[in-house]
Design a protein around this ligand. Structure first.
Ligand code: GDP
Length: 607
């Protein structure tokens, strides 16, 4: 019979590792008590180590689901936080620190959280038990604590003290049982005292006769009875004892025996009362075992139901085909390969061309901005500006050497910008992104190691081929680097495309203006700031100092936004102007290529 708890705990562990922890809720022993009732001391006496958070400020803010695993053949005692993956921790003061940090991670404003901390302690000296430690009940809310805290703790405890859990209600001997919050709470959910064990701590603080009478108190009968304990580590031994280093059970039990043995009449075998931490441990084991046995049927039902659901799902998904780890992997790989093949069929020359062209469009825009549209516009008005007053735009004699050199330099900048590297990067990134997308739509999405292996394999292949591919691309475009012939059809298509790119850019500028407008708080405000910035720019207003902070009653931030808006507005004027130029008859033929660098560079980038 005594192996049942162990087995049940093992089953729960297995269900947890396969992500089915909700399928089975095993009965646990839930420990409740007021703050300072001695709750932590009782738990630590059972475990044999000081490991719980201590401190003046309320430190238990989350339930601690404590699983004790008896390992009779092992020497080592250690704790593990399964959710944290910290491995086995043999230093119990380190467990205490981790628990404190996990608790203090709950913000002061929330104070308590119902997100449990799972901790497993394995030792040859602990019984197999499943215990849940909860924040202690408080009587009065501290001045720095939220008023609803008292209720929040009570609600959290209520959630856990429901059947089939066993309630370990801790009360201190030096407080009248009528004032025990733990007993009052347990009474509400277990009115006949069927599943509550009463623990009376600090028995050494009241005289023996009174102590014994509390344990026999007829006012609060409990079927599972009361146990009186003295569970703190005796003070004189703490200095001899390095914190976290050894087992404290024998210290406690020696101290406890000395006390109870000194009063044989009240606490001896004939007295009819149950005392000592050892008695409590044994009781807990028996009671939990019995509760587990009682819930065996419902547990077995729950497991069967889970199994049936899994079988049904399996049938739907795999049509009852035999499935092994190998066949699952093979099938998953097949599916992935299939998806990858589909992707390769849809990712060909046209897609690569389109992606590259988009990237190059941006480069062409940058070049134009750098080499043609770079001079500041001196007039800013709502009327269409005079071309002469504008930036360095082609307008003069097409025979002029100046414009020839300018276009040649721009063309050369475009063809020599490292197209091999650029193209390879763009394509490699696109392939990697698509591989990621395919994985997340495949069975591998839920297998992190497989996912990582595929991602690494893909990036390995892409990296390995990067340089040779980039060189090859570079070599392929060599013929276009020097002599660029443009045919009429190419010119016409380039003209259309260049106009589209400029229009898109115009839209982007519009959006950016709207964002600035929003940031400064409206159209009118922006107009005022822009007006001011524009006037200072034209020298109509002279600003003292650096002209930045506070000028014209505008903050430096606002002035910065004003400059940004002015830049965008200049850009929009320019783009409109160039759009008109592209549409003009002059740009209709390639003869005038010096007039229309946008079209020529577009053709070059397409090539
Ligand atoms: P918790 O707040 O309910 O977890 O209470 P603690 O276990 O931290 O105990 C509160 C205080 O009571 C501590 O100072 C303990 O040393 C002390 N204490 C706990 N158990 C006993 C006991 O059996 N006898 C005596 N005299 N003091 C105890």
């Amino acid at each position: 019979m005594m192996v049942l708890t162990k087995k049940m705990i093992e089953i729960r562990g297995i269900l947890q590792t396969v992500g089915q922890s909700n399928a089975l809720t095993l009965p646990s022993i839930v420990v409740i008590g007021s703050q300072s009732s001695g709750k932590s001391s009782v738990l630590e006496a059972i475990v044999g180590h000081e490991f719980l958070p201590k401190g003046a400020n309320m430190v238990t803010r989350r339930p601690i689901e404590l699983t004790l695993v008896n390992t009779p053949d092992a020497q080592a005692e250690y704790g593990e936080f399964p959710a944290l993956g910290l491995g086995k921790i043999t230093d119990f003061s380190s467990i205490q620190r981790t628990l404190t940090e996990l608790n203090l991670a709950v913000p002061d404003s929330e104070c308590v959280s119902d997100d449990p901390i799972q901790l497993t302690i394995s030792s040859p000296h602990v019984p197999d038990l499943s215990l849940i430690d909860l924040p202690g009940y408080i009587q009065v809310v501290g001045h720095d604590q939220p008023v609803e805290l008292k209720q929040k703790i009570a609600d959290l405890c209520d959630k856990y003290i429901q059947p089939p859990n066993v309630i370990l209600a801790i009360s201190a001997a030096d407080v009248d049982l009528a004032n025990s919050t733990a007993l009052r709470s347990s009474r509400r959910v277990d009115p006949r005292g069927e599943r509550t064990i009463g623990v009376i701590t600090k028995m050494d603080l009241v005289d023996a006769t009174r102590g014994a009478s509390i344990l026999k108190d007829p006012r609060y009968p409990l079927r599972l009875g009361y146990v009186g304990v003295v569970s703190r580590v005796p003070p004189q031994s703490t200095s001899l004892f390095k914190k976290g280093s050894g087992n404290i059970s024998s210290l406690i039990s020696r101290n406890e025996s000395a006390f109870f043995n000194a009063h044989p009449l009240e606490f001896g075998p004939q007295s009819g009362v149950a005392v000592s931490t050892t008695t409590l441990r044994t009781k807990l084991m028996h009671v939990l075992e019995q509760t587990m046995a009682a819930s065996l049927q419902s547990t077995s039902d729950a497991i069967h139901q889970e199994l049936e659901e899994a079988t049904y799902e399996f049938k739907v998904q795999y049509n009852d085909r035999p499935l092994s780890a190998e066949s699952y992997l093979a099938e998953s790989l097949d599916g992935f390969k299939h998806a990858f093949k589909e992707f390769t069929e849809s990712f060909g020359r046209p897609q690569v061309h389109e992606m590259l062209k988009e990237e190059l469009d941006q480069r062409v825009l940058d070049l134009l901005a750098q080499r043609y549209w770079n001079k500041p516009i001196t007039t800013l008005s709502t009327a269409p500006p005079e071309p002469d007053s504008l930036a360095d735009l082609p307008k003069a004699d097409p025979e002029s050497l100046y414009w020839h050199r300018k276009l040649d330099a721009s063309t050369s900048a475009l063809t020599k910008l490292g197209i091999g590297r650029l193209a390879t990067t763009v394509v490699a990134n696109a392939i990697q992104a698509n591989v990621d997308r395919l994985i997340s739509h495949s069975t591998f999405a839920s297998h992190p190691f497989a996912r990582q292996a595929i991602t690494e394999a893909a990036s390995g292949i892409l990296n390995e081929r990067f340089y040779s591919t980039s060189d090859q691309v570079e070599n392929c475009i060599k013929p276009y680097k020097f002599e660029i012939d443009v045919e009429d059809g190419e010119w016409a298509r380039g003209r259309e495309h260049a106009a589209r790119v400029l229009k898109n850019e115009l839209h982007a500028v519009d959006d950016a203006v709207k964002n600035v407008e929003k940031a400064v708080g409206g159209k009118k405000k922006l107009r005022d700031v822009v007006g001011f910035v524009d006037k200072t720019r034209k020298g109509e207003i002279v600003v003292e100092g650096d002209g930045r902070s506070g000028a014209g009653g505008f903050s430096s931030d606002l002035l910065q936004k004003g400059k940004e808006a002015l830049f965008l507005s200049d850009r929009a004027t320019l783009l409109n102007l160039r759009l008109r130029a592209l549409k003009s008859p002059q740009c209709a033929t390639k003869v005038n290529k010096y007039h229309c660098p946008e079209i020529f560079l577009d053709v070059v980038s397409t090539k």
